[in-house]
Design a protein around this ligand. Structure first.
Ligand SMILES: *Cc1c(COP(=O)(O)O)cnc(C)c1O
Length: 404
């Protein structure tokens, strides 16, 4: 078997940590009960689910009854956005989101706009960070939801959640405040999250970005004041306090909690190490290909993420040349098939052409120095061999260049 490329696409998904897998296994067979069943098998499964719920709640400074298990961040976003929109029709019909949100936020908002809701999609600054003035200007008395992601899945930048939470609390009376939702799929376990300090009412989470299994996530729904009412999007047996019907999946839920536990325990160590590795990578790229352009603020940013545009290099040739060494993507895993340039990069002001030359590096938390050296060596060789698409005329103008 030829060796596989080094996995460098951790914003798309991560492998399941062996300890997570081990924690999950008993719940597939021996302890297979339905947590709703009123007997020993059910109680065992229920106990495991409730322990996991407590772990998750504690991780974000919430209480267990505020956590609803769902199938992932896509479902959590849909439940938060449509659930609030439907439940608060009488209060207002205006929603606010940000241009760089994941499509699992933008599409539900767009869908609601076909049903008579109004939405404002806020622009971001060229570094990818939301400008609070533009948020403040968009707020209305009939705004029912403000959705701002914690960490971006393409460029890794972190949004100022705490400042946004404060702005909303300062601006509105408690019973008239729009609910504050955050898609924290990339942030959970990687950076500190605190629903109290950040004034969050709804938080979407998923396991598979933090070395947990795919197909499991959770939505935090505030029950302390202001209590959030949600219109359920799945109707049935009334599980999860009527917020999400369907038989709970104990093995995945147990794995999710274990993944969170491990991520929190490793958080500061991993951050430091990933930041070092990423600096090594960026230093190698920018010294060998000086036109390379970093997308998104260097700080604050997810430690595992680097997103770079390579002006004048043909993107498909670049990816093709890299493919045997490193597995990465040219945008988000979800949009790369459509052939459209990333909506996140164009929101930063990149032209479609430049956006298409971008690569997203998502570093694995156990990446070794040797692996990074292999990537760096390969990148340097590729840059040396790939000729820019068009050579520039010699620079004769000594005026400062107008770089934006
Ligand atoms: C991965 C991701 C999602 C989708 O999560 P799933 O659990 O795969 O549905 C949503 N938002 C962000 C920011 C993500 O990174």
């Amino acid at each position: 078997m030829t060796s596989r490329p080094i996995y460098c696409d951790c914003q798309a998904t991560t492998p399941v940590d062996p300890a997570v897998l081990e924690a999950m296994l008993p719940y597939f067979s021996g302890q297979f009960g339905n947590p709703s069943s009123p007997h020993r098998y059910g109680w065992e499964a229920d106990a495991a689910v409730e322990t996991a719920r407590t772990t998750l709640a504690t991780a974000i400074n919430a209480t267990p009854s505020e956590i609803a298990f769902v199938s992932g961040a896509t479902e959590a976003n849909n439940l938060a956005i449509k659930g609030v929109a439907e439940a608060y029709l009488a209060r207002g019909r205006h929603l606010i989101a940000v241009a760089t949100e994941h499509r699992a936020v933008l599409e539900p908002v767009r869908y609601l706009s076909t049903l008579g809701f109004e939405s404002t999609i806020l622009p971001v600054r060229p570094d990818g960070i939301l400008d609070l003035d533009s948020l403040e200007a968009a707020l209305r008395t009939d705004t029912i939801l403000v959705s701002v992601m914690a960490a971006n899945n393409e460029i890794g930048v972190l949004q100022p959640l705490q400042a946004i939470g404060k702005l909303l609390r300062d601006r509105y009376a408690l019973d008239a405040k729009p609910f504050f939702h955050s898609d924290a799929a990339q942030a959970l376990g990687q950076i500190p999250l605190d629903v109290e300090a950040m004034g969050l009412d709804l938080v979407s989470m998923t396991a598979h970005k933090i070395y947990g299994p795919k197909g499991i996530g959770a939505l935090y729904v505030r029950r302390r004041s202001p209590r959030v009412r949600l219109a359920p999007q799945l109707h049935g047996g009334g599980q999860e306090r009527e917020r999400r019907s369907g038989t709970l999946n104990p093995p995945l839920i147990v794995g999710f909690a274990k993944a969170v536990e491990i991520a929190l325990e490793r958080q500061s160590r991993d951050s430091q190490r990933l930041i070092e590795l990423r600096s090594r990578l960026w230093q190698a790229i920018s010294s060998t290909y000086p036109e390379a352009r970093l997308n998104g603020a260097w700080k604050p940013r997810l430690p595992s993420n680097l997103n770079v545009s390579f002006p004048n290099l043909d993107p498909s040739t670049l990816l093709q040349n890299l493919r045997s060494t490193v597995a990465l993507s040219s945008g988000s895993a979800c949009s790369s098939e459509s052939g459209k340039p990333s909506h996140v990069l164009t929101a930063l002001g990149l032209s479609e052409g430049l956006a298409r030359t971008s690569l997203r590096f998502g570093l694995h938390r156990d990446m070794t120095d040797e692996q990074m050296e292999a990537i760096v060596t390969d990148l340097k060789a590729i840059f040396a061999q790939m000729k820019p698409r068009e050579t520039r005329p010699p620079r004769i103008n000594l005026e400062p260049s107008r770089k934006s």
